[in-house]
Write a protein that binds this ligand. Sequence first.
Ligand code: NAP
Ligand code: G4F
Length: 351
Amino acid sequence: MQNGKKVALITGIGGQDGSYLAELLLDKGYLVRGIIRRASYPNTKRIDHLLAKYPNDHEEENSFILAYADLTDSQSLRKVIERFKPDEVYNLGAQSHVGISFDSPQSTININLMGTLNILEAVRQSGLPIRFYQASSSEMFGASPPPQNESTKFLPQSPYGIAKVGAFHLTRLYRDAYKIFASNGILFNHESPRRGLNFVTKKITQEIVKLVLGEKKEIVLGNLDAKRDWGFSKEYVEAMWKILQHNIPDDFVIATEETHTVRDFIKECFDLLGADYTKFIKTSGRYLRPAEVPALLGDSTKAKNILKWEPKVKFKELAKMMLEHDLNERGISLEEASIKIKNIENQKHGI
Ligand code: NAP
Ligand code: G4F
C-alpha cells in the first residue's frame, strides 16, 4: 500500500491484456506499475493514452509508472519488486504466439517458463505479502477433448503450451511450498480490437479491410477447422482481478462456453458484409503448425459460482466489434464496406 492505495505490478503491460488491465486497475484507484522491454521501435502503442494522462513527473507518487525490466533478467525483476513493493503482481508477459513458439522454442521457454520462475523467486525473496497472478492458458489442454475444466488433463501440443504447463505448476508449487498467494487464471482465447496482428481473428478482420479497399485480392490462412472458445479481453482482465481478490489462492478456467471454427469466424465477418467468403479465402501450408490443438471449449462453472464472473460478449458480438473497429479505423462504415465488397465480388464474376 502507498498512501492508502493498493499497488499493482503488471508484466506485459504493453500487450493486449496488460493495457486493459492497467485501465481497469487505474479506474479502481490502484497505483499501477508496469515493466516494458527495451525495443528498437515504440512498443507502448496500446498504453500511450495512459502515459499521456499520467505523466511520470512526481515519480513514486504517480498513479502510472513504467520501468524497464525483462522476464529473462532476474536482477531487473528483483529491482522493480524492491522499488514498487506491489500488493499484487500480474504476470502477463510472454512470447504469446503459439505458431512462432515452434520457430523459436528456446526463447519461448526462457520467457514463458524461466521468466515465471524469475518473477516468482523475486516475489518470494522480497518477503512481501504479494498476491501473484499467472497468465495460464487453455493451450495447456492441447489434445485433451472438450469441454475442458480445472480437472482436465494437460496435453500440450506446442513449445508455448509446454512452457505454460511448467509455469502453471511453478505457480501451484510456490503456493503449496512457500504459502505465497499465487493463483492461475486458465484463460481461453480472448480477442479485442487491440489483438496482435498475427493472431487469426485480427488477421482476418485486418485483411478484410484490405480486400474492401482493393489493397488485396485474397486472404491466405492455415487450418480453418480448428475450434476455439473466443471471448473479449476487456472482460477477461476483470476475471484476473477477481481471482486475486478471492479469499484463497486457487486456479480458475475463464471461458465463454461456446466453441466455433476458424471458418465460422471468417463466415461471420463476411456475413456481416453480405459477401461470400469462399470467393476470397485461400489456404496454405505456410500457416499450418507442426502440431495443432483441434478443439477448445471451456467449462467455467467454477469461476461463475465462486467469483461470480460471467462474460457478456460472445462470438457474434466479438466478430462485429473487431471488424467494425478495423473498418472505422480506415474511415469506412460496415454499410460502405458491404457495398464495396459486393462490387468486387461481382467484378470477379464479370457481372
Ligand atoms: P500479448 O499481446 O502478446 O502481450 C504480451 C506482452 O508480453 C507484451 O507486452 C510483450 O512485450 C511482453 N513480453 C514479451 N516478452 C517479454 C519479456 N521477456 N519480458 C517482459 N515482457 C515481455 O499477449 P496477450 O494476448 O495480452 O496475453 C497476455 C498473457 O496471457 C500472455 O502471457 C499470454 O500467453 C496469456 N494468454 C493469452 C490468451 C489470449 O487469448 N490472449 C489466452 C490465454 C493466455 P513487447 O510488446 O515488447 O513484445
Ligand atoms: O489466433 P491463434 O494464433 O491463437 P492460438 O494458437 O489458439 O493461441 C492463442 O490462444 C491461446 C489460448 O488457447 C493463448 F494462450 C495464446 O497466447 C494465443 O493467444 O490461432 C487460432 C487457430 C489455430 O488453430 C491456428 O492454427 O487459428 C488457426 N489459424 C489458421 N490460419 C491461424 C491461421 N492462426 C494464425 N495465427 N494465423 C493464420 O493464418
